[in-house]
Design a protein around this ligand. Structure first.
Ligand code: ZN
Length: 701
């Protein structure tokens, strides 16, 4: 390892990325700091790895953490600061510095996760010498190594590595085909064919045709074009033409030149490799492997869950479809609706029955009032105070807060810091879109100095700025997003776990991590809570009840059909990766399986040429293989957790019930990843999750 020479030390001590005394020095970090800081921290992390994996070093949790975890945590925090700035305050110089360092950082984490000497050290540890939190972190670490092939030897090990590499290539090619197939399609429509399509879409498609030197309107399969044409376009032939092109993308059914993007062979190879990988690891199928680090126990449990939900949703989906049929016959002169008619009928029906304008809602949701309401909920439920705090920031619009709890039975009532967070609410140039929570540092009883490090979080949104000196106005979707991200933030910041790798959201099962975030969204649909969070920007009046009722009705429009569609995808995904998947000479008969699942679940059967699987990137090119169910799974958990607050309201009169809030905080938020999510859920609800609350919240009860 590089010895750090004296002059280098002098330079490095002035580098704000190497200052770990407290909060990141966001106002002083410059692009030129990135490379020297990250290289120095990588050198130290590599040196730490060599130290702890050397023969004489003891296989002892605390001693290893003092050397290795301290070094990797510094690398993680510095890189976290750079990544954060890259996301919220992008400049060409910073982007270049970020991109130059990224491969080095990625390479280190990959190597660390596959280091066999490190695995041997962890394996040699005496589990009896670990605290319960350390034991959980230790089990997670061992599991990660084993699923990464660390137990394999010789030819099996080589084959495992080759499978990983080939899968990465195939996934990449799958995405490229899906994208290229979409991009390759264009149809130049006449103005008449676009009857009913919104004016902004007409203008954009006209401009696109002009750019190609063509007459008419260029219609593509990209969603901002495809969706409005399918929802609003009155020309049935155009909808059918477009539907067929969309539904056959990247498949054997694609017409003409687009056939070269067929994903059929890739799907077969990916599935075969996943099965082989599972067998190498000693499991019956890939579905079982996928569930090892997740909350769900087995593929059978997930399949039973999905089928139960499908059975409950089906009558509502049937009713949704019947409503559309009746409406289409009476008002649209459509008697035999086809696949390309349903989005159109659905949109026309929605407009007639549930239309309200987002512009009507927005003036009631002023940013300061919403934030005040959110803080009030958190303070009431979780026995904390949120107050403004000071920290170096990257933009004047960024706010910084401290979460405190006042001592109980300690006489002086001194406030104790629980955590801190940055709130960066506004959209601006150089800031990535969307909303997210990220950690700045985790709660950790530091092994190097014995001090308790409190957690710090980023909460980032992209709300529009206020105009004419008025406060920013949020859409109701913005409000839901804010609550969602705060749910993740509370999970990170209210933790009482002292072990870094299982504190807050660290170590939480992937299919349970959205529980606290989706849980918070429920308050945005609670009239007694919401009315206190609204004040018209001009009059100060709260949101009118009639408007809220319209919003609620629109929220539950066609939830039956939407639920069945998600279950169709989830059930197909889980069965596809299980040993029971039907097979023929070419491997897994995935089209046969898809038809079987549709026969079982769907109320609307697509045409035989539909090839949804060929662009199902979540499972063939994303991280959702045998994991798509987790969307519904987490919705059930969060709805059922929230139902405890609704039950409390029946006696206390409000969902903002401090006693229930305390139980939720202690059972779910505080324990973070230190125990299985199912154990936390049961500790809170006294039983396993039930689907009833979700069905009720979505109007299916
Ligand atoms: Zn989330």
């Amino acid at each position: 390892m590089n010895a750090i020479t004296a002059p280098e030390t002098r330079v490095l001590t002035q580098n704000p990325l190497l200052d770990f005394a407290d909060l990141p020095l966001f106002d002083g970090i410059r692009p030129e700091h990135v490379q020297p800081a990250i290289e120095a921290l990588l050198d130290r992390a590599n040196a730490a790895l060599e130290t702890v994996t050397a023969d004489p070093f003891p296989s002892e949790w605390r001693q290893m953490a003092q050397v290795l975890d301290v070094a990797t945590e510094r690398l993680g925090r510095a890189w976290g600061a750079v990544s954060h700035l890259n996301a919220v305050a992008d400049t060409p110089e910073l982007r270049a510095a970020f991109n130059a360092a990224l491969p080095l950082v990625t390479e280190f984490w990959t190597r660390l996760g596959a280091d066999e000497r490190l695995y041997a050290k962890y394996k040699a540890m005496d589990p009896a010498a670990l605290t319960p939190e350390q034991a959980q972190a230790h089990r997670n670490a061992i599991r990660g190594f084993v699923l990464g092939g660390a137990e394999l030897q010789g030819a099996a090990k080589e084959r495992f590595a080759a499978i990983q590499e080939r899968q990465a290539e195939l996934s990449q090619k799958f995405s490229e085909n899906a994208l290229d197939a979409s991009d390759a399609y264009a149809y130049y429509a006449t103005a008449d064919e676009l009857d009913g399509v919104p004016d902004d879409v007409k203008a954009a498609t006209r401009a696109a045709a002009e750019a190609d030197g063509k007459a008419g309107h260029k219609i593509t399969l990209k969603l901002p074009c495809y969706l409005p044409v399918m929802q609003f376009g009155r020309d049935r032939a155009l909808r059918e033409r477009l539907y067929r092109a969309y539904a056959t993308r990247a498949s054997d059914q694609a017409v003409g030149d687009a056939a070269k993007f067929d994903n059929t062979a890739l799907i077969r190879e990916i599935l075969a490799l996943r099965q082989e990988e599972a067998e190498l690891l000693g499991y019956p199928d890939f579905a079982t492997v996928s569930l090892v680090p997740k909350m769900a126990d087995s593929p059978e449990q997930v399949v039973i869950f999905l089928r139960e939900l499908a059975a409950k949703a089906r009558p509502y989906a049937q009713k949704d479809q019947d409503d559309m049929r009746t409406f289409a016959a009476a008002h649209l002169d459509l008697t035999e609706p086809q696949a390309w008619d349903w989005p159109y009928i659905g949109e026309q029906l929605r407009q007639v029955r549930y239309a309200y304008s987002e512009q009507e809602v927005k003036p009631y949701f002023t940013a300061p009032k919403v934030l005040q309401g959110l803080f009030h909920i958190i303070e009431t439920l979780f026995d904390v105070r949120i107050r403004p705090d000071q920290a170096p920031v990257w933009h004047p619009g960024v706010q910084f807060f401290c979460i405190e709890r006042h001592g109980h039975g300690m006489g002086d009532g001194a406030a104790q810091r629980v955590g801190q967070f940055y709130l960066d609410p506004g959209a601006r140039n150089g800031k990535r879109g969307g909303a997210w929570m990220d950690d700045v540092r985790a709660r950790w009883l530091r092994p190097d100095n014995g001090q308790l490090q409190t957690p710090v979080a980023h909460l980032v949104c992209n709300f529009a700025e206020g105009v004419n000196g008025k406060p920013p106005l949020l859409t109701h979707d913005d409000v839901i997003t804010l609550f969602h991200e705060f749910g993740h933030g509370l999970h990170h910041m209210l933790t009482q776990v002292n072990e870094r790798d299982v504190s807050g959201i660290s170590g939480v099962e992937w299919d349970a991590v959205e529980l606290p975030s989706q849980f918070m969204e429920n308050f945005c649909w609670e009239w007694d809570v919401l009315k206190h969070m609204t004040a018209h920007v001009d009059t100060g009046e709260p949101l009118p009840r009639e408007l809220f009722d319209k919003m609620l009705a629109a929220k539950n429009f066609q939830t039956g059909l939407q639920t069945l569609r998600q279950i169709e995808f989830a059930l197909f995904d889980m069965l596809l990766h299980s040993a029971q998947a039907p097979r023929h000479a070419d491997g897994v008969d995935f089209m046969g399986l898809l038809q079987q699942v549709r026969d079982e679940v769907a109320v609307i059967q697509p045409p035989a040429y539909n090839r949804m699987a060929h662009t199902f990137s979540h499972i063939f090119a994303g991280g959702y293989a045998a994991g798509y169910y987790s969307y519904k799974w987490a919705e059930v958990l969060s709805a059922d957790a929230y139902a405890a607050f609704e039950e409390a309201a029946q006696t206390t009169g409000t969902t903002l019930d401090p006693a229930t809030g305390r139980r939720y905080r202690e059972a779910v938020l505080e324990v973070g990843g230190s125990r299985p999510a199912m154990a936390s859920f049961k500790a809170f609800r006294g039983r396993e999750p039930s689907i009833d609350a979700l069905l009720r919240h979505q109007g299916m009860a």
